[in-house]
Unconditional design. Structure first.
Length: 318
């Protein structure tokens, strides 16, 4: 009888320091779960260091290692999509390469799936120890905004680290939109989810590839991918300002009839014009963001282009 196959998908970008450490940990976990077969699907997202060379070496000595290497850097979301597309397992785990997603939690995840029959065991951090305070505060605010502004529920501290059934993976892959936000897609497809909490773990080696600005852009993309609230707010704001302007016109007409029409100071006029102009540009910017995302979707460009892989049946343009 064939063993159940578990695929572990790991996107990587310039992770030459972390890859050997991660591989050692994955091998330990696989050895402790000898009733299952494993494959390690490493996705090289256009790394500039020796990440790809290390993948080749690991694949040469361990047939469980399968790698996909992009022609350039397409981003983590594309790398996750490529990993899921090439994973063959009955169950598929996704995790980061920095060991902030502890591989030793995999046995607990598998046990939860077997005990409860759920399709998804996801992880979340119960604290953000070691992170800058501003970054932690902004992350908490992002999750609150997502829960209030969209119809999906993303737990505070949710990670991309999770173990999913084949049925859920197929559903995630069926959501083939170009502008991807995986945390939102995992929630949107449904399926029963159990949460596994763990203490924050700091990166073991190397440097994070996520600057504050990149995280901000990623957060904005996540909100716009799963919520129309920003564009509705801009409409409501336009209606409010129109009403205020109408009331102001009536007040000015009455004041002129009763008290005459003395010349008003220009600073207040400049401030009002600047304020209204800023609001207009802000609302146009929101609409522009949605239009740009629509533009990228209708062009139907592939999510990624594969330059090299040891996966025989890999889709090189997806």
């Amino acid at each position: 009888m064939d063993k159940t196959l578990i695929s572990i998908v790991v996107p990587m970008y310039n992770e030459q320091e972390m890859l050997p450490l991660l591989y050692q940990e994955l091998v330990k976990v696989a050895a402790g779960m000898d009733s299952y077969d494993f494959e390690f699907v490493f996705v090289n997202d256009g790394s500039k260091d020796n990440t790809l060379s290390l993948m080749r070496d690991l694949a040469a000595k361990d047939e469980r290692v399968r790698y996909v290497s992009f022609s350039r850097n397409f981003g983590k979301e594309a790398a996750l999509y490529a990993g899921l597309s090439n994973a063959k397992g009955d169950y598929v785990a996704t995790m980061d390469a920095d060991l902030q997603d502890p591989p030793e939690l995999l046995p607990q995840m598998m046990a939860l799936i077997e005990e409860t029959g759920c399709d998804n065991v996801a992880s979340r951090r119960v604290n953000r120890k070691g992170e800058p305070l501003i970054r932690s505060f902004c992350a908490r605010m992002f999750y609150k905004l997502m829960r209030r502004m969209s119809e999906i529920d993303i737990a505070d501290g949710a990670r991309d680290y999770r173990l999913m059934s084949r049925a859920m993976v197929n559903s995630v892959l069926s959501v083939s939109e170009y502008n991807r936000f995986s945390k939102g897609i995992f929630a949107w497809v449904g399926y029963e989810t159990k949460w596994l909490e763990f203490e924050n773990v700091e990166r073991t080696a190397g440097e994070t590839k996520w600057s504050f600005l990149k995280l901000l852009h990623y957060s904005i993309d996540g909100i716009m991918n799963f919520s129309n609230t920003p564009i509705r707010l801009s409409s409501y704001l336009g209606l409010l300002l129109t009403a205020v302007s109408f009331v102001a016109i009536i007040v000015e007409v009455i004041r002129a009839l009763v008290f005459g029409d003395p010349v008003a100071g220009w600073p207040s006029l400049v401030c009002i014009i600047t304020f209204i102009g800023g609001i207009q540009l802000f609302c146009m910017g929101i609409m522009g963001q949605y239009i740009s995302k629509t533009y990228m979707e209708v062009k139907r460009r592939p999510h990624y282009i594969v330059k090299e892989t040891n996966c025989v049946d890999a889709d090189l343009n997806h």
